[in-house]
Design a protein around this ligand. Structure first.
Ligand SMILES: NC(=O)c1ccc[n+]([C@@H]2O[C@H](COP(=O)([O-])OP(=O)(O)OC[C@H]3O[C@@H](n4cnc5c(N)ncnc54)[C@H](O)[C@@H]3O)[C@@H](O)[C@H]2O)c1
Length: 282
């Protein structure tokens, strides 16, 4: 059966588990060939097996690598193009969550200054720097081919500001700002850059068992799939610089209307308005 993403090739970072696995499977189910890449080899193999089981052998290729290693984003892109024959869609999903500092971060929020420096730096390396290095690797190629999709997974504004989420929240705020700037830089090139978030705590290991929330009350990873597939499709060619909340996407109405209801500009520009010389607000 033909899918809206037939012929497209996608990379989903951190797709060994969680939201990344759901999104990689969703892209493959819509016809894309997907590179599953993660630092943990066993979960890469699991995701690849699941996707191949549902979508066929060619649907998934697994690359295990620490994407924060020097040169890893560029070599991921080069290898994808060499082995799969192209690249059209990049989902920057890999992340290190607040549970890496304190599994019980919701009830025992660690102070900012208590965060181990190594975890702080690794959190920034994955959540903030990696999407930048991925942009450096893909943008010249996407702009040359006049088509490309970058979808960055940030987080909710309240998580960015939440006590106990010092490294996580602030690195995600950096990614949100970076994504806004990147979307302005690609305007008119045929490439689009958007943000997609679940909209609150989602049912992955990022919200550990210690959290005082029932798993079934969490947002389920599948809420990412329908908006992601639409954003990656030709139907969303003119959609750039927007942030979408998966949990607010109504699958019962036409995608354009769902996108309108679940979307807003990236990074809350309505809060902007600094005073420039001459009293002009920008
Ligand atoms: N779960 C939530 O409540 C929630 C809410 C908002 C946003 N998010 C975001 O969604 C994304 C996915 O998170 P998740 O909840 O599925 O968590 P997760 O921990 O299940 O998945 C993140 C994946 O990233 C991988 N990763 C980490 N460092 C890496 C590296 N150096 N190289 C390659 N892969 C690496 C991990 O191995 C893991 O498989 C993250 O960016 C997260 O910040 C999650």
């Amino acid at each position: 059966m033909a899918g809206v993403l037939d012929g497209r090739i996608a990379i989903v970072t951190g797709s060994g588990r969680g939201l990344g696995r759901a999104m990689a499977l969703g892209l493959a189910a819509s016809g894309a060939r997907v590179v599953v890449t993660d630092v943990d080899g066993d979960v890469v193999a699991e995701s690849v097996e699941i996707i191949r089981g549902r979508c066929g052998r060619d649907a998934a290729t697994g690359f295990t690598q620490d994407l924060t290693a020097p040169g890893a984003p560029e070599s991921l892109v080069v290898r994808t193009i060499a082995e799969l024959g192209g690249l059209h869609i990049v989902v920057n999903n890999a992340g290190i969550g607040p549970q890496a500092v304190e599994p019980d971060f919701l009830t025992k929020p660690p102070k900012l200054w208590e965060m181990p420096h190594g975890i702080w730096q690794q959190t920034y390396a994955v959540n903030a720097h990696l999407p930048f290095f991925m942009a450096c690797a893909v943008m010249p190629r996407f702009i040359k081919q006049g088509w490309g999709r970058v979808i960055n997974v940030t987080t909710s504004l309240d998580t960015m500001l939440r006590a106990g989420c010092g490294a996580y929240g602030s690195s995600k705020a950096a990614n949100e700002a970076h994504t806004s700037i990147l979307s302005q830089d690609v305007a008119g090139t045929g490439v689009t850059v958007n943000v997609l978030v679940p909209g609150g705590p989602a049912n992955t290991r990022m919200i550990p068992a210690a959290a005082p929330i029932k798993r079934e009350d969490l947002i389920q990873p599948d809420v990412m799939v329908v908006p992601l597939v639409w954003l990656a499709s030709d139907a969303a060619s003119s959609v750039n610089g927007r942030r979408f909340i998966g949990a607010n996407w109504d699958t019962k109405i036409p995608p354009r209307e769902a996108a309108e209801a679940a979307g807003a500009p990236i990074a809350w520009p309505q809060l902007a308005g600094s005073i420039w010389p001459g009293g002009n607000r920008q």
